[in-house]
Structure formats: C-alpha cells, structure tokens
Design a protein around this ligand. Structure first.
Ligand code: GP9
Ligand code: MN
Length: 620
C-alpha cells in the first residue's frame, strides 16, 4: 500500500467519527447561537465543545467498529433530545434545564401545559441527520469488517479520553478562575452552558446535584425534638410592640440590589448620593445597625432569608439546593389569611432558580422578564426605571390586601449603566468601581424617588406598609482602599470592614407614624418574625428575632461569625473583638461556648433544610 492509500484507508475507517464530531458540534454551536444571540465568536465557543465531544469519541473507540457506530449514533440521539428539550425550555424560562428543576414536579406540571405551544418546527432540525445516519448504519454493517485488536482500541481510547478530558478541564478551570463561586453556586447556569457548551454544562450540573445530595448529613439522635424545642423558644409572636399594626394592610417589600449603608446621608461635592432614600428614611422607622447575612447565594440568599428566616445553604444556593423542600414561607402565610402574593424582578425567570423556588414558597404570581416590556435594559435585565414604572401599574390591578415583593437590579456589579446613569459627578472617583457604584446607586435612588411619589399619589402609603433594604455589599474587599479613602477611615482593620457590612433597613407606616432611628442590631434573618408579628400571620418556625421587640440580639452569620451585643467574632481570622471599642479579646471558655452555640443554631437550620423537616414540624 502506498502512503496515499494508507491515509485514505484511515479516513475511510474513521469516517463515522469525523461525521459525528462534525454533526454534534454543529448542533451544539447552533444551540449556543440560539441562547446567546449577540454573543461570542465561533473561535471562542468551539474548543470546549470539541473537547467534550472528543470525550464521547474516546469512549466509543473502545468498541469494535460496528458497535462504535451504534454508540456514536446513540450519543447523537441522546444529545439531540437534550438540545431539543433545552431549546424548548429556553423559549419559556430563558434558562437551561437543571437536575433540580427536573426533580421539581411543580415545574414539570407547569411547563407541560404550555409546552406544545413552545415547540417550533425548526427545532426538529436537531434530528434531521438521523434520517441519514440510520440507513448509513446498514451500509456500514455490510461493508466494514470489524477491527478486533482490543489492545490497540483500548490504547487509542485511553489516549483520546486523556487528551480531551484534560483540555476540557482546562476550560472549566479557566471559567472557575474568571468567575469564582460560579460552579459552587451554579448561579448562572445559562452562562456555563454558553461558555462551555451544552454537554459540559449538563455534566457540571449533574455533578453538583449529586455532590449536594450526597453531602446531606445524617440527623443525630433526638435532633428533631431539639429543633422543635429550639424553635418554640424562639417564638416571639405575642410581643406587644406593634403587634397587628399591619393587619389588613398591603405589604410592599423592596429589596434593592447592592444598596450598602455607607451611601445613606452622604454627599459627594455637596450633592447627596441618595437624596430620595434619605428623605424617605426621615419619614420611616429606620434601622441603622442592620446587617446583610447572605452567603454564596447572594441576592437569592437575601430573598430566601426575608421570606423564610432560615439560614442560607452552607454551600451553593438554597434556591437550588432546597427548591423541593416544604417551606413555611412568608407568602404562604399571607396566602392563608387571604392576601394576594406576588414577586417582581426584571430578569429572566430562571436566574437563581427563581421560577422554581417562588413556586415552592407559594407566591401566587411571579412577574419576571416575560411579564414586563423589556425594551429598556441595563446590565442583567430591565432598568430600574422601567421596572418600577411598570410595577406600579401592575400593582393597581391587584386584589387588596396584597404582599408584593420587589427586587431591583440596575445597581448590580460592575455598575455599568452605559450612559443611563446620568451625569452624577463623583469627582476623582470617576472610572473607579466605587465611583461607578455611586453613580449607579444614585440612579436607582432617583427611580425609587419617583416610585415613592407614585405610591403617595395613588394612596398606597396610606394603606400599605413599605419595607426597603439592601441585599448585600456593593464594594468587594479588593476595593477597600478606595472605600476607606472615601469614608475617611484611617487604621482600618477587619473590625472596621465588618462595621461597613451593613445595609439600610426601613419600615414606613401610614401617616409617617413611628418615624425615627432604631439602633437595634439586626439582620435579614429577622425580617420574617418582625413582619409576622406586625401582620398577625403566626409563622412560628424561624431563626430570626422580632426586631421591634427583642432588642440587641445574637446575630449569626452563615460563616459562623457573630455579634452578641458585647462581642463580635470574625470566623475568617478566628478573632473576637469588643463590639464597642474594637479591641481584640482573647478567647476563653465562655466565648468558645458562644461560638459553638452559633454553630449549633446554623446546623439546626441546615438539618431542617437537608431533611425537609418543616413538612413534619408543621404536621405536629
Ligand atoms: C439577578 C440579580 C443579581 O437576577 O438578582 O444577583 P446577584 O448577582 O446580585 O446575586
Ligand atoms: Mn444582588
């Protein structure tokens, strides 16, 4: 045989592989183009897709030729079915199917009703190759002899798997570096699918699902009883202060993206950063020692806490991990006393698994991207201006009383408004992350100002209680120098940093009643019991404390840090501080015991979520 013949022969005998690599890659790229219309180039998207396809090829190489063809055909059909399902799902949720979503029966029910209307004939193109590939397999069976040298096949298989897996791992690593926490939280699944391809995404999703399901701890002896006793001890339902003041009134709760406390009542070059919030705070009961308590689930953790008063997940996001639990949530309690409950957020419904979790929490309706006119966008989604404008017209149609939970978005990191933020002058901070943040939050404040005016005009301020707070920090630790310079902090320590992890929290009552500033130390875990007492809705399973009645409290953070009215413990450097002076305090048995108590409380909350205990606790 001459050289040319050998080459031709090789090509002939591996034609099935080349064909499948080509076909599957084309399909995956097509899907990528569909979910990412303005997005990345072929050169950027192709390598990780190819790496994942070659892993499958590597596996197929172990088989004799005829079986190999069947394996590849099977893989092609399986991937086509997944791509088809993901494409249909995307049309509805603007997201990609996850193992958690599949397990959630609510979701399946919901989609099946409208699924046929979502299927477009063009989606069936994913299967068109099969019309040729099946007849081709008959030809293949007839004309090709099986190669039976197992050693050679095994060697080829291992080599291809090793090379493709290590290349693929490289792409995973790169993304994990660019976006720390992305894989732990799986917060932006669509993005993973976009950058790494559909097959890689599903592999990562399955892995994360299995790991988090296996990671569930075993429940210690007698633990369920201990938890019950603990929760009964927490019950502050019948505290006198402001009990029932909200009964029959609407509750409008606004969670503002990245609103940190340090911007309140502060100016740059004589111009207030948040003039409208400052004004509204003066008409409200304002808590100036209120901390965010979020963990890896970020925005979703804040939402989770205020609506459930359970701690965020130890790893990952509760919105994914516990979306199938039974929850004794705020909306479900409001539902049971005849309220209409709704949640609004101008981003795709699937982000943070909201579409699933809001059902689990029993909100009557979720107004996401599909329910808004999305023509004015900033960052991840609808601009706050358009969001708040449209929200109020929706609210006008609601049956009263209602609980409406609203989540703003425009002041999201990296605070790029592309001109929409206007010309708020931040002086020499212009172009820095801090400068951009101040402009972003100034913009959001202006929109909130208009919103408050509308609420007033339409009478909502008289028949509703308004709660507003920030979800989490805006300034990452890397920007601390800029932040301290702006705040005039010298000699800043970890203790100083901690002081700045506060977010504003306000309650506005009809007639501007109860206005003033309350210095009680509190956090996001405390919102539910406070509301529960104010609206007389009797939610009894919570880990927070009624902020209006309990005074300074033992405030625990997900990482084990705590404040107890006397000491601050920072878990990351295992250091205790005097809460008033900031002086370091040596650990002693008493402090150790408090630290353990904090850990125990966190594990109670984890136990409840891991073992779905609220289902039983409710029955008892
Ligand atoms: C996304 C928005 C931002 O819809 O809530 O989430 P974050 O990145 O802040 O957690
Ligand atoms: Mn957020």
């Amino acid at each position: 045989m001459n050289f040319r013949k050998i080459i031709l022969n090789k090509v002939y005998f591996s034609a099935d592989i080349l064909l499948f690599v080509f076909i599957i890659s084309i399909k995956m790229l097509q899907y990528d183009k569909y979910i990412n219309p303005a997005g990345h180039t072929f050169k950027y998207l192709f390598p990780p897709i190819a790496a994942s396809v070659f892993v499958i090829v590597g596996i197929s190489l172990i088989f004799k030729r005829r079986t190999r063809y069947k394996v590849l055909l099977g893989a092609d059909i399986a991937i086509s079915i997944i791509l088809f399902a993901d494409t249909v799902y995307f049309g509805y949720f603007k997201d990609i199917i996850s193992a958690g979503a599949i397990r959630n029966s609510f979701l399946i029910k919901d989609v099946s009703a409208s699924v046929t209307s979502l299927i477009r004939p063009v989606f069936f193109l994913y299967f068109i190759d099969i019309l040729i590939l099946i007849p081709l397999s008959i030809f293949y069976k007839k004309h090709l002899k099986d190669n039976s040298r197992i050693r050679l096949r095994a060697a080829m298989s291992i080599i291809v798997i090793l090379i493709s897996v290590s290349m693929d791992a490289g792409y995973f690593n790169k993304l994990a570096k660019d976006q720390p926490n992305l894989f732990e939280t799986m917060s932006n699944k669509l993005y993973i699918a976009e950058i790494l391809g559909n097959v890689n995404y599903h592999a990562a999703d399955a892995y994360s699902y299995i790991v988090t399901s296996l990671g569930k701890s075993k429940l210690p002896e007698g633990r369920e009883k201990d938890i019950k006793t603990f929760l009964t001890g927490m019950d502050t339902q019948n505290e006198p202060k402001m009990k029932g003041v909200g009964e029959g009134k609407n509750l409008i709760m606004i969670q503002v993206e990245a609103l940190q406390q340090f911007v309140i009542n502060k100016s740059v070059n004589g111009q207030e950063i948040t003039p409208n919030l400052n004004k509204f705070i003066n008409r409200s009961l304002y808590f100036d020692n209120f901390y965010y308590q979020v963990a890896e689930g970020n925005t979703s953790d804040a939402e989770f806490m205020v609506n459930n008063s359970l701690y965020p997940a130890a790893s990952g996001a509760a919105y994914y991990r516990y979306a199938n639990d039974t929850l004794d949530s705020l909306p479900s309690k409001f539902n049971s006393v005849g309220y209409y409950t709704s949640v609004m957020h101008g981003n795709s419904e699937g982000f943070w698994n909201r579409n699933v979790m809001y059902k689990t929490m029993k909100f009557d309706d979720f107004y996401g991207e599909k329910s808004f006119d999305m023509s004015e966008r900033i960052g991840l989604g609808l601009s706050d201006k358009a969001f708040l404008n449209q929200a109020i017209t929706k609210m006008d149609t609601f049956k009263q009383p209602f609980y409406n939970f609203m989540i703003t978005l425009s002041s999201h990191h990296p605070f790029d408004g592309g001109g929409a933020f206007g010309s708020y002058d931040v002086g020499d901070m212009k172009g820095t992350l801090l400068g951009s943040y101040l402009q972003a939050i100034h913009y959001t404040d202006a929109q909130l100002g208009t919103f408050f005016d509308e609420l007033e005009k339409k009478g909502y301020l008289d028949n509703s209680i308004i709660i507003l707070y920030g979800d989490h920090y805006a300034m990452p630790k890397q920007s601390e120098k800029d932040l301290y310079k702006f705040l005039g902090e010298s000699n800043a320590s970890d203790f100083t940093w901690f002081q700045y992890q506060k977010v504003p929290f306000l309650i506005h009552f009809p007639g501007d009643k109860n206005k003033g500033t309350d210095h009680t130390v509190a956090g996001q875990m405390d919102v539910l019991p406070t509301i529960s007492n104010m609206f007389n809705i009797n939610q009894n399973n919570y880990f927070g404390r009624d902020m209006l009645n309990v005074g300074n409290r033992f405030l625990i953070f997900r990482n084990g840090s705590f404040i107890n009215g006397k000491y601050l413990y920072i878990s990351s450097n295992n250091t205790y501080y005097d809460e008033n002076t900031g002086e370091k305090v040596e650990e002693d048995d008493k402090l150790k015991a408090i630290r353990d108590e904090a850990q125990l409380e966190l594990s109670y909350s984890d136990n409840i979520l891991d073992h779905n205990l609220l289902k039983d606790l409710d029955e008892n």
